[in-house]
Write a protein that binds this ligand. Sequence first.
Ligand SMILES: NC(=O)c1ccc[n+]([C@@H]2O[C@H](COP(=O)([O-])OP(=O)(O)OC[C@H]3O[C@@H](n4cnc5c(N)ncnc54)[C@H](OP(=O)(O)O)[C@@H]3O)[C@@H](O)[C@H]2O)c1
Length: 246
Amino acid sequence: MKKILIIGATSAIAEHCARLWAARKDELFLVGRDGERLGVMAADLKVRGATAAHVHGADLSHLGAHPFILDAAEAQMGGVDVVLIAHGVLPDQTRCEANLEEMLDSVHINAISTLSLLTLIANRFEERKAGTIAVISSVAGDRGRASNYVYGSSKAMVTAFTSGLRQRLHKSSVAVVTIKPGLVDTPMAASFKKGLLWAKPDDVAQKMVTAIDRRQAEVYVPSFWWAVMMVIKLMPHSIFIRLSKI
Ligand SMILES: NC(=O)c1ccc[n+]([C@@H]2O[C@H](COP(=O)([O-])OP(=O)(O)OC[C@H]3O[C@@H](n4cnc5c(N)ncnc54)[C@H](OP(=O)(O)O)[C@@H]3O)[C@@H](O)[C@H]2O)c1
């Protein structure tokens, strides 16, 4: 039985991970800003088998609250084995180009708040010489594109940060798992027309839980995104610059 802290627990992808962990009788600590939804989720997860499902309300943009989230999870469960950081927003790229505040707000929640949590968790796990830290980044962080570089650059920061953190924590036996989903049919992407490249959140969650169990370094979910992004990353600048649609 593992003690798992899920930050951004109301995310559709995180909720499906929580269901898989509940079925294994893990103990869960759910953090999100919608207390009512967390309560409903916790009741459902207990029915699904979770040893316990605790809830903690927090707006993750308030960095000052981060140490208290970790303190509460450790106190309630008597320690934490695995952390999943899943919160995020998909900002409107065009509005961010025109509105500095909106652009910076999205960077704050997608990058800065994530880096704050990663730093605090890393220091605690490093001292204990144990633990797995998983964070949802995105394929969008692999190369900045005109259509969503505000979101993509925040995810690039998360990917680069976790790469360095993984190297730092390797000698302390702490695993850092960077998850890079492609297109996933969740509320975040509700306004998009769905097609062949789209994955369901339960499938993505299944692959994430396996990657977290295996303490893998970086995983594309579904895995074909590795090849797609390799093509995009290796595309010469002279061609890439003309492809305004991607
Ligand atoms: N869907 C995709 O295609 C896709 C692709 C690549 C990566 N991702 C990443 O996957 C992760 C999960 O997203 P999802 O697809 O599952 O979408 P989602 O269901 O919309 O989940 C996003 C979650 O972030 C939470 N959140 C946002 N700002 C917050 C704040 N200030 N404080 C607390 N919670 C906050 C939301 O809480 P509320 O419900 O309270 O708003 C929601 O639970 C995100 O990091 C996202 O960037 C998604």
